[in-house]
Design a protein. Structure first.
Length: 275
């Protein structure tokens, strides 16, 4: 008998929405793997502090699988990676050798590499980190990283997914329910998405009948839970749409936690129901 696949929904804990939940909140809904974006870590806590740590786990506290996603970093002709901090506008720069050394020091189980990273460094990392991914198929020692940004037709993206040349794929993007179903049916095991959290952040929550907008005035009169069949902590507490509408209007930070837990649980449960 084949072993059932584990949870493959990977939330982004360094996004504005993803950071709303505590590690306990994520654990409560059964999340096993989380992603931290490398550029966000370089902004906060910063390069100097990261270099003093024994590993990333000692800083973040997550006991499951950790992904460090460095795909957003872009190198110049000298192999220098630079970007502007969203906190104070300063320019943060890191050399390729520093990037390599810090990734090894952080010891994540999965790393998504910048596309320009030298192949020799990719090979070195792949011998020391369990799972390495990078855009494209040209490096044998790395799996394939694909991002769906909605700028290309979904059918074209799915063609890229199917042309995997036998490699394991790590997909990232804002996948809706039907797209998620298609990816699972294709056998994709690693799906990173901030959509459940960012939708919840905006008051958009998932039900079996579709997405509802909790900020709509009609929600003030709906005294049922978000979804009667849902077993997330929010629905298990019998928090009604009317109550959550009021809470979102007047205490949004508290309400967003309830909604993110619901959406993330719903997204994950949808994946598991297809496995």
């Amino acid at each position: 008998m084949s072993q059932k696949k584990k949870n493959n929904f990977i939330p982004i804990l360094t996004s504005e929405a993803g950071a709303c939940l505590t590690l306990t909140n994520w654990h409560e809904i059964g999340v096993e793997t989380v992603a931290y974006y490398f550029d966000e870590l370089l902004m906060k806590p910063g390069f100097s502090l990261l270099n003093t740590l024994p590993d990333l786990r000692s800083y973040c506290g997550w006991q499951g699988t950790i992904v460090v996603n460095a795909a957003r970093l872009k190198a110049n002709s000298k192999g220098q990676y630079s970007f502007r901090s969203r906190f104070d506008g300063s320019i943060i720069s890191i050399r390729e050798e520093e990037l390599l050394a810090l990734l090894l020091k952080l010891q994540p189980e999965i790393v998504i590499l910048p596309q320009q990273l030298a192949e020799t460094h990719v090979i070195e990392l792949s011998s020391k980190i369990p799972h390495i991914f990078r855009v494209g198929n040209e490096v044998k020692s790395a799996g394939r990283y694909l991002v769906y940004d909605k700028q290309i037709p979904w059918s074209d993206f799915m063609q890229q997914v199917r042309n995997n040349e036998g490699k394991t794929s790590y997909l990232a993007g804002e996948f809706d329910g039907l797209q998620l179903d298609e990816l699972i049916n294709e056998g994709i095991e690693l799906i990173e998405s901030d959509k459940p959290a960012s939708d919840a952040f905006a008051g958009q929550v998932y039900t079996e009948q579709g997405t509802i907008a909790l900020l709509e005035s009609a929600m003030a009169e709906q005294h049922q839970v978000i979804d009667e069949k849902c077993t997330c902590p929010t629905c298990e507490q019998r928090l009604t749409r009317a109550y959550l509408h009021h809470l979102l209007m007047h205490t949004p930070l508290l309400c967003q936690r309830f909604l993110i837990q619901h959406n993330a649980h719903y997204y994950q449960h949808r994946i598991q129901s297809l496995l």
